[in-house]
Write a protein that binds this ligand. Structure first.
Ligand SMILES: [Zn+2]
Length: 187
């Protein structure tokens, strides 16, 4: 009996997702976009967590729940080195769409965003400008659909274990890793 030592992170415990961050109320957020493009979808806050709207066949819609559109991009903080998914409202996303129209890609775009009036539900004021950082100096572009599917517990055909079905309780990343390690299939 002897331990196994690795010079890389073993593939089975590599985290399959990135955390989501929104514009905080208290202070501005600055980050660099790592995605070439944004993706967006309608979501509900349903049964205590965010879940994508699946209209025309959507349980939350049938329950009369309100929906909101959110857009997402991969984002990297130059200060902390954290790579995360930045969530924004449609109105904030318009600035990124303008940037995309002008520069063809969002990758390496700098986002400076804050909440109007420092209120948690205040309008997000977002500025998009070229960061000057070479795309090769940024983290690899994340698979946004895959990351959000992990966070929202949506089954994906090519996603391995550590990923439960949509209607099961939310699981934490730590639990996902543990499940993956054990190689068990959650049901
Ligand atoms: Zn819905």
């Amino acid at each position: 009996m002897s331990p196994n030592w690795y010079t890389n992170i073993p593939e089975e415990i590599v985290t399959q997702s990135l955390p989501i961050r929104r514009t905080p109320a208290s202070k501005p957020i600055t980050c660099i976009v790592t995605s070439a493009d944004l993706i967006g979808t309608f979501t509900h806050f349903y049964r205590g967590r965010t879940t994508p709207c699946e209209r025309p066949d959507c349980e939350a819609c049938r329950d009369g729940q309100p929906w909101r559109y959110h857009a997402y991009v991969g984002a990297w903080s130059r200060n902390s080195g954290l790579h995360f998914i930045f969530e924004m409202t449609a109105q904030a996303a318009e600035k990124l769409i303008e940037f995309r129209t002008k520069y063809q890609s969002l990758r390496s775009c700098q986002i400076d965003a804050y909440r109007w009036g420092k209120r948690s539900n205040g309008r997000v004021i977002l500025k998009a400008s070229p960061s000057g950082i070479a795309p090769t100096d940024l983290p690899l572009e994340p698979d946004l659909v895959k990351c959000l599917s992990v966070l929202w517990n949506i089954p994906l055909p090519d996603l391995e274990t550590g990923h439960t079905t949509k209607n099961s309780p939310a699981v934490t990343i730590a639990q996902k890793i543990a499940t993956t390690r054990l190689g068990t299939h959650a049901t």
